[in-house]
Design a protein around this ligand. Structure first.
Ligand code: ADP
Length: 249
């Protein structure tokens, strides 16, 4: 069943007399249960696409549907994790995680319960009262993930979530995000992750959607059939990575 349908989407930014077409007829679907990565060159419109899916921007042409309904704004079924963490420095970990819950009208005791549950899920128990400045980058991104999960989303969108992290932290978090996606006690059904890392995409995804350079269109939609857990040093892994590289370069 298609959870998300991106249907012939175009996006042109207009700035006075200049215009920049970023997306040029992009179509794909994401089914329930899938982990999908979008890869493409820098500036190809990946973040733009994610922002439109999250309801933060609109296509110039075409339509994006969630469970068959056009997306016309932010919905709590879709949550986003940003590369830059997006934490409020004056709020504690718990307050950052609970932020969206207040907007949903959930009373304080319930908010705190939900926030604590997801702080535990991402391995940050004991840091509820810490402030972002006291946390490492990896821990900050865990807070970002907990905040997204606390919104109870079915579709979790991630925009280059590991690119500001060192290699070890990034790999740990990749594995943990896969565990969270497979955790049947969580509402998350599908994950859509934008990355410029082809290895990262092949490590994580069921499908990799390859975008061309700007104005972007879909060059390929590659099913990754490697068994999990995947090993980046396997020959079969390298073969799939090479195939995607050859589409882009
Ligand atoms: P990617 O995530 O693939 O690197 P982006 O979606 O961030 O690409 O950006 C694609 C292009 O669109 C870039 O050239 C960027 O400068 C431009 N762009 C992004 N957002 C805006 C905006 N709000 N107004 C004008 N141009 C924008």
């Amino acid at each position: 069943m298609a959870l998300l349908e991106v249907d012939h989407v175009y996006k042109t930014y207009k700035d006075g007399t200049r215009s920049l077409t970023v997306l040029n007829d992009v179509s794909f679907t994401i089914n329930k249960g899938e982990f999908v990565c979008i890869v493409g060159p820098s500036g190809s419109g990946k973040s733009t696409l994610l922002r439109m899916i999250a309801g933060l921007d609109r296509p110039s042409q075409g339509e994006i549907r969630y469970r068959g309904q056009p997306i016309n704004g932010v919905t709590d079924r879709i949550a986003v994790v940003f590369q830059s963490f997006g934490l409020f420095p004056w709020l504690t970990v718990k307050e950052n995680v609970a932020l969206g819950l207040e907007a949903k009208g959930i009373p304080r005791p319930e908010r705190e319960k939900i926030a604590s549950k997801y702080i535990d899920k991402v391995g940050l128990d004991g840091f509820e009262e810490a402030y972002p400045r006291e946390l490492s980058r990896g821990m900050k991104q865990r807070v970002g993930i907990a905040r997204a999960l606390a919104m109870d989303p079915e579709l979790l969108c991630m925009d280059e979530p590991f690119s500001a992290l060192d290699a070890f932290t990034a790999q740990n978090l990749r594995e943990e995000v896969l565990d969270l996606w497979l955790d049947v006690t969580l509402p998350v059904k599908s994950v859509l992750m934008v990355t410029h890392g082809i290895e990262e995409a092949v490590f994580m995804a069921d499908r990799v959607i390859v975008l061309s350079k700007r104005p972007a269109h879909v060059l390929a939609d590659v099913k990754i059939e490697l068994p999990r857990p995947r090993n980046m040093r396997d020959q079969a892994f390298s073969t799939v990575v090479d195939k995607i590289y050859s589409l882009l370069f």
